[in-house]
Ligand binder design. Structure first.
Ligand SMILES: Nc1nc2c(ncn2[C@@H]2O[C@H](COP(=O)(O)OP(=O)(O)O)[C@@H](O)[C@H]2O)c(=O)[nH]1
Ligand SMILES: *[C@@H]1O[C@H](CO)[C@@H](O)[C@H](O)[C@H]1NC(C)=O
Ligand SMILES: [Mg+2]
Length: 438
């Protein structure tokens, strides 16, 4: 009996000792948490440096003096060039929970290096806002969040407040909104309206895509001859065209504008294909007339071999797809290009047929530029319905963290002209292209 109760006392003492140790340990760790708190609260709200305007719609930037039809607005402040602020002691870094907290805009830092005199440009309707938003988000995530280039939006009608708010919240550079003047989005006087209407009715019957559309024709003529001469575009030397609902599948690690400048490139593409013949039956006749009237504009060492299989007699319908373009605006504003556009425009094919800006730009790039001035961006992976450019070569795709399916790559398929571009230039095709030909 006595031995039994002594054992119980021993158990009780042991339990007390255990509880005491537990209390001591938990208490001291509680104190150490308490000690951290003041310093982690110390930085934050009170020291906010964000100056992002709350009401984007009402803010005007002073970028150049603009005509009435365009509104220019500044958005978020650009982070300073260089690496992001690093805290020596990571425990000291504040947690930015709202846009006014310090550190909110410090994502992975601004890319070092010079910036080119360049802008993104999108032609869009107010109703395109959510589709262009998707495109912008991808361009920003894959490239521009580290470069902060500006973005110009053009429209034949005034942009509404929603369009401006949404797009300027997504773009890391400055955003500018321009309204296209009527002369750049209407029938020129020399167009016979009856003839143009009959063409639209006929094309509607033949179910030619956009064949009955007037606005699509204005769009194609505008992109062919006027976007680069809009007052807002005169502020830049380089452009990257972005359409609604496109996708970018890989990181863009370097600055394509700077690549173009340093390598003396003037025009670039990611997808090429054969044009739908019914939309351009007399385009090449018009081009031949231009070549005869302006021999001085046809450059030696051009890419005629990309456009024609018989030395220029006939067009093979190959063109670069112009919904993606990185290009030089000074070239488009040159006498050679403007003479080319005006010569074509007088022949009326934008309305008497349905000439697209893609073959127009491509033929100009093929004849007015040296072949070394054209560039194929294999490493910019891109989708515009219904075609995908996904880089050939697994190593490239992994290095660039691509999310496209290589099977979707259009480059080496029968309906693409990219193979021909490589042949004309004597470029070696990337490893693995043979396995992507169908
Ligand atoms: N402002 C404006 N933009 C247009 C109009 N029609 C087309 N666009 C834009 O022109 C570009 C080409 O039009 P889209 O419908 O994508 O033609 P697709 O790519 O040839 O099928 C896109 O950036 C459109 O947002 C229009 O009537 N007004
Ligand atoms: C950018 O290019 C445009 C068009 O050539 C020019 O007018 C403007 O002065 C340039 N801006 C800068 C900062 O070089
Ligand atoms: Mg499109």
């Amino acid at each position: 009996m006595a031995a039994g109760s002594a054992r119980i006392v021993r158990y009780i003492l042991f339990a007390f000792f255990f509880l005491a140790v537990l209390y001591f340990v938990s208490n001291s760790s509680y104190e150490s948490v308490q000690q951290l708190k003041p310093s982690s609260f110390g930085v934050g709200k009170g020291e906010s440096t964000s100056t992002k305007p709350d009401d984007v719609g009402g803010v005007s930037s002073s970028w150049g003096s603009k005509p009435d039809e365009s509104i220019t607005k500044g958005t978020a402040p650009k982070p300073a060039a260089g690496t992001p602020k690093q805290y020596e002691d990571l425990a000291e870094a504040p947690m930015a929970l709202t846009p006014s907290d310090q550190g909110w805009d410090e994502l992975l830092g601004t890319a070092p290096g010079p910036r080119m005199n360049a802008t993104f440009v999108s032609l869009a309707r107010n109703s395109d806002v959510w589709e262009i938003a998707r495109s912008i988000r991808q361009v920003e995530d894959r490239f521009n969040r580290r470069y902060n280039y500006d973005w110009v939006f053009l429209n034949d009608k005034p942009f509404d407040a929603t369009f401006k708010k949404v797009t300027s919240s997504l773009v890391s550079g400055k955003t500018h909104y321009g309204e296209i003047p009527h002369e750049h989005w209407s029938f020129p006087d020399h167009i016979d309206q009856d003839k143009a209407r009959k063409v639209r009715e006929d094309m509607a019957q033949r179910k030619i895509i956009y064949g009955d559309s007037i606005s699509y024709r204005h769009m194609c003529r505008f992109e062919s001859g006027f976007f680069f001469r809009q007052p807002l575009m005169l502020n830049y030397e380089w452009y990257w065209r972005v359409e609604p609902s496109i996708e970018l599948f890989c990181d863009v690690h370097y600055d394509p504008f700077r690549f173009m400048a340093e390598n003396k490139k003037k025009y670039s593409f990611v997808l090429s294909l054969y044009e739908y013949v019914e939309t351009i039956p007399t385009l090449w006749d018009s081009v031949k007339k231009f070549m005869k009237n302006y021999p001085e504009h046809i450059v030696e060492g051009n890419s005629m071999g990309f456009l024609s299989d018989d030395g220029g007699e006939n067009y093979n319908h190959c063109h670069f797809w112009s919904n993606f373009e990185v290009g030089n605006l000074e070239w488009l504003r040159s006498k050679a290009y403007v003479d080319f556009f005006e010569s074509l425009d007088l022949d009326g094919g934008f309305f008497y047929e349905r000439w697209g800006d893609a073959p127009v730009h491509s033929i100009a790039a093929g004849l007015l530029l040296k072949k070394e001035e054209l560039h194929f961006f294999n490493d910019i992976a891109y989708y515009h319905v219904p075609f995908t450019h996904c880089p050939t070569g697994e190593k490239t795709r992994l290095d660039l963290r691509c999310h496209c399916n290589p099977k979707d790559n259009f480059d080496w398929k029968g309906y693409s002209c990219t193979s021909r571009f490589f042949d004309v230039n004597g470029y070696e095709k990337p490893e693995g292209y043979e396995n992507q030909q169908d």
